[in-house]
Design a protein around this ligand. Structure first.
Ligand SMILES: [Mn+2]
Length: 324
């Protein structure tokens, strides 16, 4: 960790009263949990902290302590912006102008694709989650971490490691999980809310999308889509697509799993998961996406079929080469 940058961040906190803690678009538990835990610290330091997330605010994170105040409070225009868990300002959707117009922008992030935005940035590409960075920072500062902040940080780390299953699940990460449990994190509650609380519409949508999956190159490439018709048939919302990519990537032969989501006529999202030689973020770099070695994504102004063609031809080429 860059200690000098961290000292400057501490100075900014000492010298200001109002802070907006901002999660990325389609917030996940790492982004929002980190923002909530950091805001808790700021309030303990006697500062005013407002937690914001771009629209639409995911309902499945309503279990995170402090969620009920997210996006509920206005902040002064000169509030310092602290952004969590994103590699570029474009990830902040409707809140991007607010971040860019703040007198100072602080960033905490762990994305491989980080493009260096933010006036003061702590970026650790090796960290399993932004929650790991926040926990490290708070401990370094000797901050008091109560049960609610511990639950938020545990949720961040637990979900960004896929429930302690992804490659980034190191001994260090498991130790942090135990420490946060000691601090009062409700680990069973986080697991229940993360992986065992889906409505029927989500299961119907998942079944339809998985049934439509295609398998190529001896199953090394698997991909599927979520169309507006599939959403309507399942009675589901687009935010219920979370989890489908996890089923696709559970395939034994998988080296690259792709899920295309039809957001509109001319707006499509893609999620990428990889094993082996394929770098997930490299597959979406050309279309303006980003992410990590094993997980990446992009939101692109293209039709579903157009984006499928672009990404699939790239995936087929990479997988074809890596076999040779
Ligand atoms: Mn993250």
């Amino acid at each position: 960790m860059e200690i000098e940058v961290l000292q400057k961040i501490a100075e900014v906190i000492r010298g200001n009263q109002d802070f907006i803690c901002v999660a990325h678009k389609d917030a996940d538990a790492d982004s929002l949990g980190s923002a909530l835990a950091f805001a808790d610290h700021l309030r303990q330091m006697g500062r005013r902290a407002y937690v914001w997330a771009p629209d639409p605010l995911p309902l499945n994170l309503a279990y995170l302590p402090g969620y009920s105040l997210v996006n509920k409070e206005r902040a002064p225009d000169d509030a310092v912006a602290i952004a969590f868990d994103a590699g570029s300002p474009g990830r902040f959707g409707n809140l991007r102008p607010r971040i860019e117009s703040a007198p100072v922008t602080i960033l905490f992030d762990h994305h491989a694709s980080n493009d260096g935005f933010g006036d003061l940035a702590i970026v650790d590409r090796e960290a399993a989650a932004t929650g790991v960075i926040i926990y490290d920072v708070l401990r370094l500062w000797g901050a008091r971490i109560g049960p609610e902040a511990a639950t938020n940080l545990y949720a961040a780390i637990f979900t960004d490691t896929g429930g302690f299953r992804h490659d980034n699940t190191t001994a260090h990460v498991l130790h942090l999980g135990a420490e946060l449990a000691d601090l009062g994190a409700d680990v069973a509650f986080v697991a229940l809310k993360s992986y065992k609380s889906r409505p029927q519409t989500t299961l119907r949508l998942q079944a339809a999308s998985c049934a439509a999956a295609r398998y190529e190159l001896d199953g090394r490439l698997t991909w599927s889509e979520v169309t507006t018709e599939m959403l309507a048939a399942a009675g589901a919302e687009m935010e219920e697509t979370e989890g489908i990519i996890d089923v696709l990537q559970s395939l034994d032969t998988m080296e690259c799993a792709l899920l295309f989501k039809q957001e509109g006529e001319n707006l499509t999202k893609v999620s990428v998961r990889t094993r082996g030689d394929v770098a997930a973020h490299s597959l979406v770099a050309e279309v303006g996406g980003g992410g990590h070695l094993r997980a990446a994504g992009a939101e692109v102004e293209m039709s579903l079929k157009e984006l499928e063609q672009v990404i699939l031809s790239k995936a087929r080429a990479i997988l074809g080469e890596s076999r040779a």
